[in-house]
Design a protein around this ligand. Structure first.
Ligand code: FAD
Length: 81
């Protein structure tokens, strides 16, 4: 399966739970370390062709849409299906 959009995840690897030795109350992942959770998440993105980059985002801006929609008429429902 491939996602309908090109997705790039930029992450500089400082998750909030980093100081914790293990996760608790997380269904199916109880006892996993923060690093194990991240590794599982990254592995699960692989089949969807998501690009992963270890970097820091300093600034972001919206590009002009590639479609022929008139300005202000683009819709992004956030749904993948
Ligand atoms: C000590 C502690 C223990 C916890 N234990 C549990 C637990 O046992 N069970 C549980 O369910 N929840 C737990 N939590 C809560 C859980 O960690 C958070 O709910 C979860 O981390 C939120 O995930 P997130 O991806 O939204 O944010 P984060 O985990 O904070 O991830 C955000 C990511 O974005 C990156 N980032 C931020 N800004 C930029 C930038 N400009 N450029 C690039 N990358 C950037 C960060 O480096 C980080 O990797 C715990 C939290 C803490 C603090």
């Amino acid at each position: 399966m491939v996602a309908r959009r090109d997705v790039l995840v930029i992450d500089d690897g400082q998750p909030r739970n980093q100081p914790s030795p293990a996760s608790h109350g997380f269904f199916s992942r109880d006892g996993a370390s923060p690093a194990e959770l991240r590794a599982a998440g990254r592995a699960q993105l692989e089949p969807y062709g998501v690009e992963l980059a270890e970097d820091t985002v300093l600034r972001a801006e919206r590009e002009a849409p590639a479609s022929s929609s008139p300005p202000g008429r683009e819709r992004d429902t956030g749904r993948a299906g």
